[in-house]
Design a protein around this ligand. Structure first.
Ligand code: 9MG
Length: 299
């Protein structure tokens, strides 16, 4: 498969990936995760403090992240709900500080009011696990120039893993994402601002997650770039036997590479430095790579 390429328009940023930019092309964009939650499933709340979260975001940028996703509500199955005020208190200072440093910052929220406030604080992307279905969400995004990530989820975070069911998971997830993207376009969001995401682990069994990954090219064939978020997820624990999320870095990187191989344009990850390294090596070893080809001068 040819490496996909394109540009994601997110606020004042134009984020490029793929084949068309010569030997130094980024094979995919890396979104680094900054969880500002005490109960986040994978970092155990180590970035809960505002200052620590800002420092963590800076570290991820230094490691090669192209954008940072800041979230204050854990969406892991069974996580405690937080009030909008608490979510606001957690994320807004972190977003403002990271955006002021010139970084491309995404807000991970389902609430339109917080989307608006995060955009005012400098966020360039809205990452919504509910795909902008909440009241007012699509309008807030359409009234700004942010990029949007539309994720598929069956059910609600508290209960979604009880009995997820599909006739054809790839077809159903694809139909949902196409519908949501069309709704965004109808509301005035330009196609180059829209990213779709199958939502690994959100109302999906191990088999569903694997089927979506194996057939990811069917979702990539929509004209929207695709974000893959496999990082440290439970299915990787089931596949490897690693019950501690922080020990799933190698599994997460393998999953990220598998998704980029099938055309994903963005990977959302906790472990930025090793993911960036892995993608560089994966890229250099592709049959269409120009890196160090025999008979060509090294760049
Ligand atoms: C917030 N969050 C947790 N997992 C995610 C995933 O896979 N994709 C997106 N877009 N957001 C996620």
């Amino acid at each position: 498969m040819m490496l996909a390429s394109g540009i994601f328009a997110a606020g004042r940023f134009r984020l490029r990936w793929g084949a068309m930019h010569g030997g130094n092309a980024e094979p995919a964009l890396v979104m680094g995760i900054v969880n500002v939650t005490p109960d986040s499933f994978s970092d155990g709340g180590v970035h809960f403090d505002t200052a620590a979260a800002i420092a963590h975001g800076e570290r991820l940028i230094a490691e090669g992240a192209h954008m940072l996703d800041v979230g204050g509500e854990s969406t892991r199955p069974g996580a405690a709900e937080v009030s909008l005020d608490e979510e606001r208190r957690r994320v807004l200072p972190v977003i403002a500080a990271l955006a002021a440093r010139g970084y491309c910052v995404s807000v991970d929220t389902r609430h339109a009011a917080l989307m608006r406030e995060a955009i005012d604080a400098g966020a360039s992307i809205v990452n919504d696990v509910a795909a902008l279905r909440g009241p007012g969400a699509i309008e807030v995004c359409a009234a700004s120039d942010v990029g949007v990530v539309l994720m598929h989820m069956q059910g609600e975070p508290g209960t979604m893993q009880r009995a997820p069911t599909y006739d054809d998971v790839v077809q159903e997830v694809g139909d949902f994402l196409r519908d949501r993207a069309r709704a965004c376009e109808a509301a005035g969001i330009a196609p180059n601002r829209i990213v779709i995401d199958p939502g690994f682990g959100f109302g999906k069994t191990v088999e569903h997650n694997l089927e979506l990954t194996r057939r990811l090219d069917e979702l990539v064939s929509t004209r929207y770039p695709l974000l893959a978020g496999w990082s440290r997820k439970r299915t990787l624990g089931d596949l490897t036997g690693r019950q501690i999320p922080a020990q799933r870095a190698a599994a997460s990187i393998a999953a990220a590479c598998a998704c980029v191989e099938r055309g994903a344009s963005i990977v959302r990850v906790h472990d930025v430095a090793p993911t960036v390294d892995a993608l560089k090596v994966w890229r250099a070893m592709r049959p269409d790579s120009e890196y160090f080809a025999v008979g060509t001068p090294q760049r």
